[in-house]
Design a protein around this ligand. Structure first.
Ligand code: CA
Length: 223
């Protein structure tokens, strides 16, 4: 899952980026409001973490503009301003949640998981398809009750397919949701990862969980 962090305090931004990457998210950072708005409008994110007081363009204006453009990406406002009125204005402008600085990173992670659950098939942190189980909090994967060791990128691809199970996901969409902005993975990198995933997940099983839809993309079907 890919997250945009709009935060002008470099220390805070790099702390968040590092912490999120340790949780297998891929993260883009914008250090001012203009860049933040550009990225939010042009890239595909699963979630945006938005500071309010920013150079060039404040967080609330960014939020307003992306909602006017019908971009429904969930937004968590992260700011030192935490009066009741600030929270109300933020939520009314279209934020999904609000966290006041200083914040606990554990709480931020829990809120991110809760928001991603809303748009997903999962009702807790466990996603199932047949005998394949993915624990999005512990980042663990099991098939037929046997734990499977995945690299962070393999995990990220599987997580995206599982969160969108029963839907065909194109290679482009997959790479958009697991790589940062300046990374060009090339066309066949996704296929290479899918092959590695199949070796770990499907090898030795009659039922193949990861299906290729020729000319379109990949699908995990829950049936
Ligand atoms: Ca700020």
């Amino acid at each position: 899952m890919r997250i945009l962090v709009v935060e002008d305090e470099k220390k805070v931004a790099s702390f968040i980026k590092k912490g999120l990457e340790e949780e297998y998210y891929s993260v883009d950072v914008a250090f001012d409001g203009k860049e933040g708005l550009n990225l939010a409008l042009s890239e595909e994110y699963d979630l945006i973490i938005l500071d309010l007081m920013l150079p060039f363009k404040d967080g609330l204006s960014i939020l307003k503009e992306i909602r006017e453009q019908k971009i429904l990406t969930p937004v968590i406002i992260l700011t030192a301003r935490d009066t009741i009125q600030d929270k109300v204005t933020g939520l009314d402008t279209g934020a999904d949640d609000y966290l006041a600085k200083p914040f606990s990173f554990e709480e931020l992670l829990a809120r991110i998981r809760a928001i991603l659950r809303r748009n997903s098939v999962e009702k807790n942190n466990i996603i199932r398809a047949g005998d394949l189980i993915l624990d999005t909090q512990a980042h663990k994967v099991f098939r037929n009750n046997v734990e499977i060791q995945l690299t962070p990128k393999e995990y990220a691809i599987l997580e995206y397919l599982m969160r969108n199970k029963n839907r065909v996901i194109s290679r482009t969409k997959l790479s958009e949701h697991i790589y940062e902005f300046h990374f060009d993975p090339g066309t066949n990198v996704i296929d290479v990862y899918i092959n590695k995933l199949r070796n770990k997940i499907d090898k030795g099983y009659e039922k193949q969980m990861i299906r290729t839809i020729r000319g379109v993309g990949y699908l995990i079907k829950d049936d």
